[in-house]
Design a protein around this ligand. Structure first.
Ligand SMILES: COc1ccc(-c2cccc3nc(Nc4ccc(N5CCN(C)CC5)cc4)nn23)cc1
Length: 296
C-alpha cells in the first residue's frame, strides 16, 4: 500500500504564491493579495498575505498564534503560514475579503446603507469582540480600518497586529512605547497610564460606532473632529491636550441623523473610568433591541 501523502493545508509553499497587488500597509509591515496556485492552472484560491518588517518577526508569531486559536463568524479566518529562506521570514496567510475594510467600502455605499444595516455591522463587530474577550484577548486597535467587509451583510474583525493575550490572569496590558498609536481611538487609561483593559476595546468600539454612523467619511473622521476640537494652539497637538479635553468630559459629537438612542450607546462606551463602561455582551443586547425597533 502506498501511504497517502499527508499534506498539511496550513503550510503554503512560496513557489506557488503569486502576488497580485498590495492591500495595505501599516507600521507593522504590509498585506498583499496573492493567488495560491499549486496546480498552476490559474484557478488557485485568493488569499491575504501579511508580512512584517524583519524587526517585528516576534510580533508576527504572536499574531499567528492568536489567529490560529480564533474561530468566529465575525473574525477573519486564518489559513496558514508560508516560511521562506529557512524560516527566517514567515508570512501569515488569511482568507481574502474582496470588499476591503469599512473605510474602503462605506463611503461609496452611503446611499445603499441604511441605519438598520449600520447597526447590523455594529452588532457583528460586538459579537466578534465579545468572543475575542471570552478567549482572553485584548485587541487594542479596533477601528473601522481594521473591520473587513465580506459582503453587504457580513463584516469581520481583520487585523490582530496589536492584539495581546491576557492568559496569565492579568486584567490589563501595559503598552510599550507605540510608534504611531491610534490615539483618537484610545481610552483615557491608555493615554494616561499606558494600561489597556478589555474595557479599553469598548471605548475603541464607541469610536468605531461613530465612524459607522458617519459612513467612515474622512471629512468627519475622529481624527479630523478631535483635531478641530483641540484646535492646536501652538500648531502641533499633544497627548496632554487630548487627555485634558477628555477629562473635561468633551466627547465626539452626535453624528448627523444619528438617533439619540445610538449616540447614548456611544457615550456609554466613553465613560471616563473603565469599570463604568458598558460591556460588549450588553452592547449586543442593546443593539439587538434597536434592530427590532427598526423592524417596526
Ligand atoms: C492595514 O491594512 C490591511 C490590509 C488588508 C487586511 C486584510 C487582512 C485579512 C483579510 C483581508 N482581506 C482584505 N481585502 C481587501 C480588499 C480590498 C482592499 N482595498 C481595495 C481598494 N483600495 C483603494 C484600497 C484597498 C483592501 C483589502 N484585506 N484583508 C488587513 C489590514
Amino acid at each position: 500500500r502506498v501511504p497517502i501523502q499527508e499534506v498539511d493545508p496550513t503550510v503554503f509553499e512560496t513557489r506557488f504564491l503569486r502576488k497580485i497587488k498590495d492591500l495595505g500597509e501599516g507600521h507593522f509591515g504590509k498585506v498583499e493579495l496573492c493567488q495560491y496556485d499549486p496546480r498552476g492552472d490559474g484557478r488557485g484560491q485568493l488569499v491575504a498575505v501579511k508580512s512584517l518588517k524583519p524587526e517585528s518577526r516576534g510580533q508576527l508569531w504572536r499574531e499567528i498564534d492568536t489567529m490560529r486559536e480564533l474561530y468566529h463568524h465575525n473574525i477573519v479566518k486564518y489559513r496558514g503560514v508560508c516560511s521562506e529562506d529557512g524560516g527566517r521570514t514567515t508570512k501569515l496567510i488569511m482568507e481574502y475579503l474582496p470588499a476591503g475594510s469599512l473605510k474602503d467600502y462605506l463611503p461609496w455605499r452611503k446611499h445603499q446603507t441604511d441605519l438598520r444595516r449600520l447597526l447590523h455591522y455594529a452588532l457583528q463587530i460586538c459579537q466578534g469582540m465579545d468572543y475575542l474577550g471570552s478567549q482572553r484577548f485584548i485587541h487594542r486597535d479596533l477601528a473601522a480600518r481594521n473591520v473587513l467587509v465580506e459582503n453587504e451583510s457580513t463584516v469581520k474583525i481583520g487585523d490582530f497586529g496589536l492584539t495581546k493575550s491576557m492568559k496569565e490572569d492579568k486584567s490589563y496590558y501595559t503598552v510599550r512605547e507605540e510608534t504611531d498609536s491610534p490615539v483618537f481611538w484610545y481610552a483615557p487609561e491608555c493615554l494616561v497610564d499606558c494600561k489597556f483593559y478589555s474595557a479599553s476595546d469598548v471605548w475603541s468600539f464607541g469610536v468605531t460606532l461613530y465612524e459607522l454612523l458617519t459612513y467612515c467619511e474622512t471629512s468627519s473622521s475622529p481624527t479630523t473632529v478631535f483635531l478641530e476640537m483641540l484646535r492646536p494652539i501652538q500648531g502641533q497637538m499633544n497627548i496632554t491636550q487630548l487627555v485634558e479635553v477628555l477629562m473635561a468630559g468633551r466627547r465626539l459629537p452626535c453624528p448627523p441623523h444619528c438617533p439619540d438612542a445610538v449616540y447614548s450607546l456611544m457615550r456609554r462606551c466613553w465613560e471616563s473610568s473603565p469599570e463604568n463602561r458598558i460591556q460588549f455582551k450588553d452592547l449586543i443586547t442593546e443593539l439587538e433591541l434597536l434592530q427590532d425597533e427598526r423592524h417596526g
